[in-house]
Design a protein around this ligand. Structure first.
Ligand code: NAD
Length: 490
């Protein structure tokens, strides 16, 4: 294994009101490197009292002080600076992410970090372009609207893209003048702590961005129930999203949810098959398959199915897991032992339900032999009602299914509770657009997979959640509209 480059792991403290504080009850927990199963460092384990403190700090910064009075143009400068600081520290941030999450440094350093930086700059550009309207109303009145921030935002993020998904929430929230309590996932707290330092360096005033690390679900629950929080921006599993909606009902918080997926990737016989094989491989194995939009169900037209799956399986067999810190590695370690066991148990279910294993299927030994590596796995002969075709596995496991007609492909693709993303591969452009319209998914890729851009909205249909992140659409969720009436009579 490559030795970890010298990165300074920050103090295991909470960032509240611009200060580094221990958890109120002094508890800490270890964050583990999934490639070695060894601890990286200890971080503070926040509880309810820390939630109170962080929300109070965020509330105060929202109501009064420099942030509340700052012009949009000045907020924009700070956010732009933060984007640039992420770029300047992308080696260090990428290494921290890889150590914590197990993803290849190639992905964290060259994909996640540059995009996180871009997200801050993209939203910096919006700060000065958010405004109300004048509305032509009846009578001698002037009516105009103000677009105001919603207040204190709790940003709750998962472990698969820790800094990137934090940026999807923190950047638009701050752009619109809100303040934030960011809660990273228990397994991946390190880049959120570093983000807090960089934000302070960029000029984000105290209390505007607070970070609570913690190991328990109670921490998230306390944030969701807290009366001082106005909005929850959540990315994570569908079950947690449902609980959040229930727990936020008493205080009627605004909630946006980016949840799970079981995305169909449809390959027609008239597609550029080289590109489609590559796209399907990236679709499922990028990010170790721990990607909400992973193309985990590939539907292949019957007449090319055998050839296609053989080529795909061949690529999968060649894609061996490696040291995540090695720049040549393209498949890292799953995030935790628990996640690895979950993925292996789905592989067992696939076998037991009669799917045919054509690549992978086992844990992979690598380095000190203790890491959580799983071989890229492909199942052929999957039916859409099998567990591995219905449930989100969140690992490098592909279910291959076949179809005969366009209608059959769409019917099977839509026959799933999720609706996050989908893809279609064909040279027939009219057919591609027809399929794109009929797929029930928040994102459809045509002859490509896994493209993201700060300007393009992302989010789910059906059980994959509601609300959109990125692009102009996200701004709706971080602002509220005030209607002002002025009497113009003498
Ligand atoms: P998770 O739902 O277990 O946890 C997500 C976050 O919520 C973590 O920070 C966790 O600590 C917190 N949390 C847990 N219980 C909570 C509760 N009761 N109240 C409030 N917060 C709580 O999900 P995970 O295992 O970290 O992430 C994997 C899931 O995230 C997958 O289902 C994946 O599809 C989904 N995901 C979705 C997207 C998307 O954009 N749609 C992106 C990435 C991941």
């Amino acid at each position: 294994m490559a030795t970890a480059p010298q990165v300074q792991v920050r103090p295991g403290k909470l960032f509240i009101g611009g200060q580094w504080l221990d958890a109120a009850d002094g508890r800490t927990y270890a964050t583990i490197n999934p490639a070695t199963a060894e601890p990286i460092t200890h971080v503070a384990d926040a509880g309810e009292r820390d939630v109170d403190l962080a929300v109070q700090a965020a509330r105060q910064a929202f109501e009064s002080g420099p942030w509340a009075e700052m012009s949009a143009a000045d907020r924009a400068k700070i956010l732009w600076r933060l984007g640039d600081l992420i770029d300047q520290h992308s080696d260090e941030l990428g290494t921290l992410e890889t150590l914590d999450n197990g993803k290849p440094i190639f992905e964290s350093r060259y994909v996640d970090m540059p995009m996180a930086a871009e997200v801050f700059r993209y939203y910096a550009g919006w700060a000065t372009k958010i405004h109300g309207e004048t509305i032509p109303v009846r009578g001698p009145f002037l009516n105009y609207t103000l677009r105001e921030p919603v207040g204190v935002v709790a940003a709750i993020v998962p472990w698969n893209f820790p800094l990137l998904l934090a940026s999807w929430k923190v950047a638009p929230a701050l752009t619109c003048g809100n303040t934030v309590v960011l809660k990273p996932a228990p397994w991946t707290p390190l880049t959120a702590l570093r983000l807090a330092e960089l934000a302070q360096q960029a000029g984000v005033p105290d209390g505007v961005l607070n970070v609570l690390t913690g190991s328990t679900r109670e921490l998230g629950r306390a944030l969701v129930r807290h009366p001082g929080v106005d909005k929850i921006a959540f990315t994570g599993s569908t079950a947690t999203g449902q609980e959040i909606v229930r727990n936020s009902a008493d205080t009627l918080k605004r909630v946006t949810l980016e949840l799970g997926g079981k995305s169909p990737n449809i390959i027609f016989a008239d597609a550029d098959l080289d590109a489609a094989v590559k796209g399907a491989t990236i679709g499922i194995f990028y990010g170790k398959g721990e990607v909400c939009a992973a193309g985990s169900r590939v539907f292949v037209e019957k007449k090319i199915k055998d050839e296609f799956i053989e080529r795909l399986a061949d690529r999968a067999r060649k894609l061996q897991p490696g040291d995540p810190l090695d720049p040549k590695t393209r498949l890292g370690a799953l995030v935790s032992e628990e996640q690895m066991q979950k993925v292996l148990s789905y592989i067992e279910k696939g076998r037991a339900e009669g799917a045919r294993l054509v690549a992978g299927g086992t844990r992979a030994a690598f380095g000190n032999g203790k890491g959580y590596f799983v071989q890229p796995t492909v199942f052929d002969g999957v039916r859409n009602d099998m567990t591995i075709a219905r449930e989100e596995i969140f690992g490098p496991v592909l279910a291959a299914l076949e179809f005969e007609t366009l209608e059959d492909a769409i019917r099977q693709a839509n026959d799933n509770p999720y609706g996050l993303a989908a893809a279609v591969w064909t040279r027939d452009i009219a057919k591609a657009h027809r399929v794109a319209r009929q797929l029930k998914a928040g994102t459809v890729w045509i002859n490509t997979y896994n493209n993201y851009d700060p300007a393009a909205p992302f989010g789910g249909y059906k059980m994959s959640g509601y609300g959109r992140e990125l692009g102009a659409h996200a701004l709706e969720h971080y602002t509220q509209v005030k209607s002002v009436w002025v009497n113009l009579k003498d």
